[in-house]
Design a protein around this ligand. Structure first.
Ligand code: GDP
Length: 529
């Protein structure tokens, strides 16, 4: 098997959106084109929960939402595609951010009637931090949408990114007639009769054929389109693939995932523009995906998938080379040679044990409790360590106390293990030895998951005290005298389990005032130490 060929045909991306923008529907349609599912409507019946891909925990089933993100692989047009799903629910977790560390690009789904929404904003920030390419799919054009020029301006001003509309909508809502393809210079007409059950038929008409155009979309929309296209060609950004690859320019597509309109052209263009697996930084080394032997890093740990076994699955992103199930690998952080146990992959809905995988792929391996987020696993000949996965700022904080003080050991073990998986962050007051654990989470649901799991898996009951802090900043100064810091009563100095100092704040005003009172203090929102 030709390793280079296998790697070059891989595309690994995450889909990001605010809940309800249509991420699940779009994913489902991608899988439909890939032939991974026969009929749309089967990805994860999250609302009518049949067998959701990631419904691994009671709490998730009860709520009918995805607590953790999952990954799917399918083939299309000789590409091997890995989609990383990021939970769309309000209560998303740090996992969502970390998933973006494993992707080479992101597809941002936006509801055309709503424009940019809070969760889109948060996820965009992480993509921008990594400078990965971002592709925009403006969805729900079959509903009344905002003016497309206003949507472009929103993206440009809010995100500071250039936009390049690859196609342009003709009307919206009841008057949605299709899209104009700016490169091919023709129209793809919208036909709502099939309601997205099967692949969309194309009706192609050229802008130079006004008679047919009038018949198809009417006089008013034809005139509007000709005007819009003139304006676009004159005033919008030029297409520049290099800028796309650096996350400075986002190609924009309009469509309607539900009715399956514009999905296939999007997929085709996207696959052409998005890069094959990218080289990764490992301290001073750049690990090339093709010429380097096998290497991977752990970006997610999911516990408890099998209730009977209480096991954990560590998800790894392969960064280079080829993985073979019998190969010996080296676990850098533990300084140990090992075989990876039960390597598996998600193929649409199924989990399958695999024999081989390539750079770009995501594999899950059985984890008896040895892996941590960010760990490097590689060919024993290689001596590399991938850069740490940053710690993202939680927005919700609670103090947790165990009810039964005799269960101190189980409590500490449970909280530490769950923190090690990366679902929660735990902090303590510096060197006081106080028996209190501060917990920070990105999404509030994690508190419930924590309480539930401590009870189920460790037989520990806790009392949860909500705290009013909303912000965390890590202290970046190497040689800081903690005792001399001037910290007001509305902030709290703590230490995370790696020993890093951090401060919790009630408001951005407090952050500013503490910075003013402590000249030279350096605070960071995302911690890479
Ligand atoms: P997610 O939360 O982002 O995964 O969104 P879903 O894919 O679950 O979609 C949320 C709702 O919007 C569902 O009721 C979908 O049927 C609906 N929806 C998704 N795409 C479209 C679309 O293109 N047009 C319309 N009218 N509705 C859509």
């Amino acid at each position: 098997m030709n390793i280079e060929k296998e790697i070059n045909r891989r595309r690994t991306f995450a889909i990001i959106s605010h809940p309800d923008a249509g991420k699940t529907t779009l994913t489902e349609k991608f899988l439909l084109y890939g032939g991974a599912i026969q009929m749309a409507g089967a990805v994860k019946g999250k609302k009518h929960s049949k067998h959701a891909v990631s419904d691994w925990m009671e709490i998730e089933k009860q709520r009918g939402i995805s607590v953790t993100s999952s990954v799917m692989q399918f083939e299309y047009d000789n590409y091997c595609i890995n989609i990383l799903d990021t939970p769309g629910h309000q209560d998303f977790s740090e996992d969502t951010y970390r998933t973006l560390m494993a992707a080479d690009s992101a597809v941002m789904v936006i509801d055309g009637s709503r424009g940019i929404e809070p969760q889109t904003r948060k996820l965009f920030k992480v993509c921008a931090m990594r400078h990965i390419p971002i592709f925009t799919f403006i969805n729900k054009m079959d509903r009344e949408a905002k003016n497309p020029f206003d949507l472009m301006e929103e993206l440009e001003t809010e995100f500071g990114i250039g936009t390049y509309p690859v196609n342009w909508p003709i009307g919206s809502g009841d008057r949605f007639k299709g899209v104009y393809d700016r490169d091919k210079k023709h129209i793809l007409a919208f036909d709502n009769s099939e309601r997205g059950k099967k692949k969309a038929d194309k009706i192609e008409v050229s802008l130079d054929d006004p008679d047919t155009l009038y018949q198809l979309i009417g006089e008013e929309l034809t005139d509007q389109l000709i005007e819009d296209v003139e304006l676009l060609d004159g005033a919008s950004y030029e297409f520049d693939l290099n800028q796309v690859h650096h996350g400075q320019l986002t190609p924009v597509f309009f469509g309607s995932a539900l009715t399956n309109f514009g999905v296939e052209p999007f997929l085709q263009n996207f696959l052409k523009m998005t890069p094959s697996p990218l080289a990764r930084k490992a301290q001073d080394t750049i690990v090339d995906p093709v010429s380097s032997p096998f290497s991977a890093f752990v970006f997610k740990i999911q516990a408890n998938m099998n209730k009977a076994h209480r096991d954990r699955i560590a998800f790894m992103r392969i960064c280079s080379g080829r993985f073979d199930k019998d190969m010996n690998v080296y676990h850098v952080q533990r300084n140990k040679s090992m075989k990876l146990s039960q390597p598996q992959q998600m193929m649409a809905q199924d989990r399958e044990v695999i024999d081989e995988a390539y750079a770009g792929d995501i594999i899950g391996v059985f984890d008896p409790g040895i892996f941590s987020i960010g760990d490097t696993v590689c060919d024993p000949k290689m001596k590399i360590k991938f850069d740490n996965i940053p710690t993202f700022a939680p927005e919700h904080f609670e103090l947790i106390i165990q009810k039964d003080t005799l269960k101190r050991k189980q409590f500490v073990k449970g909280v530490s293990q769950i923190a090690q998986e990366g679902a929660i962050q735990i902090y303590q007051e510096p060197s006081t030895g106080v028996e209190k654990v501060y917990v920070g989470v990105v999404g509030v649901l994690q508190f419930e998951v924590l309480e539930y799991r401590l009870k189920q898996e460790y037989n520990v009951d806790i009392i949860r005290e909500p705290l009013s802090y909303q912000y965390v900043r890590w202290i970046q100064n190497e040689d800081i005298d903690i005792k001399s810091l001037k910290i007001s009563l509305d902030a709290k100095l703590l230490q995370d389990f790696r020993g890093n100092y951090l401060i919790l704040f009630n408001s951005t005003y407090t952050i500013k005032s503490i910075l003013d009172r402590n000249p030279g203090l350096i605070l960071a929102e995302v911690n890479t130490k």
